[in-house]
Design a protein around this ligand. Sequence first.
Ligand code: TEU
Length: 548
Amino acid sequence: MQDWQRSVIYQIYPKSFHSHAGNATGDLLGIVAKLDYLQWLGVDYLWITPFLRSPQRDNGYDISDYYAVDPSYGSMADCELLIAEAGKRGIKLMLDIVVNHTSIEHVWFQQARSSLDNPYRDFYIWRDQPNNWESKFGGSAWEYEAQTGQYYLHLFDHTQADLNWDNPKVRDEVFKMMRFWRDKGVGGFRLDVINLISKPADFPEDDSDGRRFYTDGPNVHEYLQQMHREVFEGHDLINVGEMSSTRLEHCIRYSNPQSKELSMTFNFHHLKVDYPNLQKWVRADFDFLQLKQILSDWQTGMQAGGGWNALFWCNHDQPRVVSRFGHDGEYRELSAKMLGTALHFLQGTPFVYQGEELGMTNPGFESIEQYRDVETLNIFRLKREAGVNDVDNMAAIMQKSRDNGRTPMHWHAGHNAGFSRGEPWIGVPANAAQINVAHQLHDPDSVLHHYRRLIALRRSEALICDGVYRQLLPEHPQIWAYLREGEGERLLVVNNFYGGPCDVELPPVIDETQAQRLLISNYPDCPLRTRHLRLRPYESFVVHLTDP
Ligand code: TEU
C-alpha cells in the first residue's frame, strides 16, 4: 500500500460551491474561504472540476485556454493562493484535465477550421462524410463545418471537438500543459473520459452508437504510458481516469502499478442499475441485486488483478445518491449514513461529492426552465421532437438530470443557503434551511459527523485498505453485507438498503468466541452482534472481529 491509498478525496463543483465575490457562480476564493471546513472534515485531496477558460457551454468541460483561469472563477493568483492555502492544511489539489476534446473556441480549433492545410488541421478529426456514430448528448457525433466543407467529430456537444490523439503534436501539447500545472504545485489530475481518446483509424459504421469502437480504443494504453513517462514519473502525483463505458480488464490494466499508466479508475457500471435496457432517460427504480453484485465483482476483480478503484456514489453528472439509492423523506439521514458506510468500507479511494456529506437530496425541479445542463436540455428537446409527452419527459429529467447534483452547496439556513450574496445561476433547493453545514456541525449524530468518522477510520483501520473483500448473502433482496478479511481478524459490514425491518441469519463468520469492536453504526444503540440479526430501517453497522 502507498500512503495515498489511505486518502479520501473531496470533489468540488466550483460553479456551485461558494462565491466569495457574491456572483451568480462560485469562485476559487470561495473555496479558499472553506478550506478550514474541509480540513476539519479530514479530506486529503480536492478534485475541482474545470475552472480554466471556457465558454461554459458544458460548465467548463469545454476548455478554450488550458493556461488561463476562467475570469468567472478568478485569476491565476487566486489559483496559486488556493494551492498554497490548501497545502498549509495538508490538502492537495487534483486538477480536472479535459483532453479528449476542446471547446471549438480554442485557438487550435479556430486555426484548424480555417483551412484544409492549416498546421492545426490534424489536431482534430475530420471526415468528408459522417458515419452513424451518436453524440453522448444526443444526435449525430459529427458536425458540418462549412468553411472547409468537412465534418468534425464530437462525442459530446457539437461545441466540444474531439482531439486527434494519434497526432504526436497533440500528445506533446497535452503533456506540456500537464507539466505546467504539475510545476504549479497541483497534487494530481482527474482525467476526463480519458479512455475515449484513441479512435480506430477507419471509423466504421456501427449498429449502435459507435461507443464499442472508441471506448478503451486501440492505442489508449500506449498513450497513457507515454503520459506516465512524460508527466507523472518521478513526481509525487496521483491521478484518476474517468472511464466511460469501460470493462474490468481494461481498468485492471489502467490502474495496476506495473502498467505505469494511472493510479486508479472511475467506472459507472454501478450507476446504470436504474437504466432499463441501458436507457438513461427513463424514470425507473434501481435494481438492488444488480447494484451490489456489480460493486462486488469490481471489488474482487480489481483486487485479483492488482487494480485500484475510485469509489463514489455521487458526482456533478449524477443525481444525489440519497434520492437515488436511499430515501429522501423520513429516513433521509439514516439512509445517507448507511450509503456512506456501505461505500467507505470498500477497497479503493473514496470520493465525497460536495453536499453528499450532508445528505443533500435532488432538488425536485418540475419545470424544464429550472434546468441548465446542456445534456438535459438537448434530451428534453430531442424527446419532445420524438413525440414523448412532457409528463414522461420531465419525470425522467427530474430523476436523471445532471443538474440534480449541481445545485448550490448548503452552508447555512440563510439567504441562498450561504452560497452567494447574488442570485445563483441555478435554483437553491427548498430544503436548504433543514440540510446545511451550520446545522450539522453542532450535531454529533448528523450525516456530516458520520462522514467525518468514516474518513478518519480509513486512516486508523488498516483492513479498510488491505482486507480481502468477500460478499455475504448475495441473493438477499434488501441487505448488502460483506467482509474485509485479514489474518485472524475481519471487518463485518452490514447495510439494510430499505425501510423495512429485517430478520436475517448471517453465515458462520461471526460467533461468540470472537472479540467484537464496533467501528460505526447509524443507530445510537448497537447490540452485540450474533449470527441472527434483527435490522431496523436502513440500519448499517461495521464491527471488527478478532479470532480467539
Ligand atoms: O463525463 C462523461 C460522461 O461519461 C458523462 O458525462 C455521461 O457521458 C453523460 O452524463 C451522458 O450520460 C465527463 C464529465 O464528467 C462531464 O461533466 C462532461 O459533460 C463530459 O465528460 C464531457 O467532457
